[in-house]
Design a binder for this molecule. Structure first.
Ligand code: F6P
Length: 572
């Protein structure tokens, strides 16, 4: 494979951006009254203004040339048609099939996956309806009031974010809880107020071997059995979502209570699958289907719109521009909609686990930056916390600002004020404030010349800081589906351009392997000497000062059966 950085499209961008960097966006706007119209577009329910990025028409056409050179369309079609593009795991990448509304078959491994999807959706609907309608009764005949989803990563962040975002559509009769942390405190705090008679646990794990989830699942089961004193009742209170049906059965979950999904659904792309069971229980299958339809709407746009009018492509290219040609390796997401406050942490996994890779598809080290650091928060709270750095810090960070035009709770005119903050922040980042403008302001305030001189540099904003503004009418399930799919495809586009596999995650393995080794060192009180001095020191410090005796853990030995018994004892 020829080096990406030697390619003609890349080289042309290198040369061109040296010149563009000298521009200020203030001037680009002043010189083109149509700049907003030139650089905005609508895709389904989503509107994007990308005019406040440091680029020109020529930058865009060079970026589209790069996208064509890297054969975005061919890669996209390979994904949608079920080719095994996750080649390090020999898997198709077909989360889009989960939301497909068309009538064509979708083939993975010579098998039409659509009939499987329809069957599981039907099972999810029946179960979610029963729980929501109070027909699914706990062991003592009480309806379910609390549902605890136990999972981590994609088996937690996606459904948790959606349940959170769709609260205006949720049943108030059933409370959803999400437990992911291996720190037992999260589970303890969750269980503290729950009644086993009316609590349902969903064990969500694609692999059903993830230690964090298995520990939490065993703890929940121990808590439950120790209270109800009858293992038979597990049937009424534990269901599982997994691809590993054998492991689920071994855990003791009734096979009728297993909601299946498939290896061609990546963990961080799985909220559209049975991993969305908690979403269905919260908002009902009707709304879940609208979420799928919204995702499909964005899929259609991604597949059909020419690159120049293709929102995920354009957003991906804006990221490439900043990361690779302006050397900005951080990207922020500011949700101005309260219900989207978990969206930035969901995006973190989506983007960083997909594109945090150091080798290309041929296994060669890349000589350019791939995935940036993704972070973010609620915009309005951020304004009073870290926006200082966004406006005047030494490292400019491009931001995506996201908001709904209409609020579900327009109490006392809050929303127009929120909107004005949303508009003002991207304007301030782009325009900045010059020394002359600051001087005029200070003179107007009546400050003396020495006072002006002392204060002026502190009040200057260089501006020229890039952002995208993303707006939609209201945050309903359809819109949310489209928004999530937009970012999924944006991440895909960038992965293609960086020539990486966006769908594996080997980077999470090393830490897991080492933790597995180290946990055996903790079962006695002997000092450890076999690691580096820092790891030895830390482990020994823990052994010296911990409250729990090492040998109490000895019998556990990573055997889930034994572990479960120990935990059940703990709860007695
Ligand atoms: O962090 C690694 C990872 O494999 C994620 O990709 C995944 O979403 C998460 O762990 C949970 O995995 P599982 O659903 O198999 O428990």
């Amino acid at each position: 494979m020829s080096l990406l950085t030697d390619s003609s499209a890349w080289q042309a961008l290198e040369k061109h951006t040296q010149q563009v960097k000298k521009h200020h966006m203030r001037d680009l706007f002043a010189n083109n009254a149509e700049r907003f119209e030139d650089f905005c577009l609508q895709a389904g329910p989503i509107f994007l203004d990308y005019s406040k990025n440091l680029m020109t028409e020529e930058t865009m056409s060079l970026l589209f040339e790069l996208a064509r050179q890297e054969q975005i369309e061919a890669h996209r079609d390979a994904m949608f048609s079920g080719e095994p593009i996750n080649f390090t795991e020999h898997r198709s990448v077909l989360h889009t099939a989960l939301r497909d509304q068309g009538s064509e078959p979708i083939i993975s491994n010579h098998h039409n996956v659509k009939s499987d999807i329809t069957a599981v959706l039907g099972k999810m609907k029946t179960f979610a309806d029963q729980v929501r309608d109070g027909q699914w009764l706990g062991y003592s005949g009480k309806p379910i009031t609390d549902v605890v989803n136990i999972g981590i990563g994609g088996s937690d962040l996606g459904p948790k974010m959606v349940v959170h975002a769709l609260r205006p559509f949720a049943s108030r009769k059933i409370k959803l809880h999400f437990v992911s942390n291996l720190d037992g405190s999260q589970m303890a705090e969750t269980l503290r107020d729950l009644n086993p008679e009316s609590t349902l646990f969903i064990i969500s794990s694609k692999s059903f071997t993830t230690p964090e989830t298995m520990f939490n699942a065993v703890t929940a089961r121990g808590w439950f059995v120790s209270r109800v004193k009858n293992r038979e009742f597990i049937k009424k209170h534990f269901v599982a979502v997994s691809t590993n049906l054998e492991a689920v059965k071994r855990f003791g979950i009734d096979e009728h209570n297993i909601f299946e999904f498939w290896e061609w659904v990546g963990g961080r792309y799985s909220l559209w699958s049975a991993i969305g069971l908690s979403i269905c229980i919260a908002v009902g299958m009707g709304h879940f289907k609208e979420l799928l339809e919204g995702g499909y709407k964005m899929d259609e746009h991604f597949r059909e719109a020419p690159l120049e009018e293709n929102m995920p492509v354009i957003m991906g290219l804006m990221g490439i521009l900043h990361n690779n040609f302006y050397a900005i390796h951080s990207q922020a997401f500011m949700a101005y909609d309260h219900y989207l406050d978990l969206f930035p942490s969901y995006l973190q996994q989506l983007d960083m686990e997909s594109n945090g890779k150091h080798v290309n598809r041929d296994g060669e080290d890349v000589d350019y930056c791939t995935g940036p650091v993704i972070w973010g928060d609620q915009g309005i709270n951020g304004q009073h916390a870290f926006y200082q750095l966004l406006h005047q810090g030494t490292s400019p960070i491009p931001c995506d600002f996201i908001i709904a035009l209409d609020s579900f709770n327009p109490a006392c005119g809050h929303h127009p004020v929120l909107m004005s903050n949303f508009f003002a922040q991207s304007q301030a980042l782009m325009m900045g404030k010059t020394a002359a403008e600051v001087r005029q302001e200070l003179e107007h305030e009546g400050l003396s010349e020495p006072e002006i001189k002392a204060l002026l540099p502190h009040k200057v904003f260089e501006g020229n800081r890039s952002s995208n503004s993303i707006l939609f009418k209201e945050l309903n399930p359809f819109t949310l589906g489209a928004l999530i799919a937009l970012y999924e495809h944006k991440v895909f586009v960038q992965g293609v351009i960086w020539r990486i596999n966006s769908f594996d995650q080997w980077g999470v393995q090393l830490g897991k392997q080492l933790a597995n080794q180290i946990q055996y060192e903790l079962v006695d009180d002997e000092p450890v000497v076999k690691y580096d001095s820092s790891t030895n020191g830390l482990v020994n410090y823990y052994k010296r000062y911990r409250n729990i005796e090492g040998n109490k853990l000895l019998s556990c030995n990573n055997d889930w059966g034994v572990l479960q018994d120990i935990m059940e004892q703990e709860f007695k």
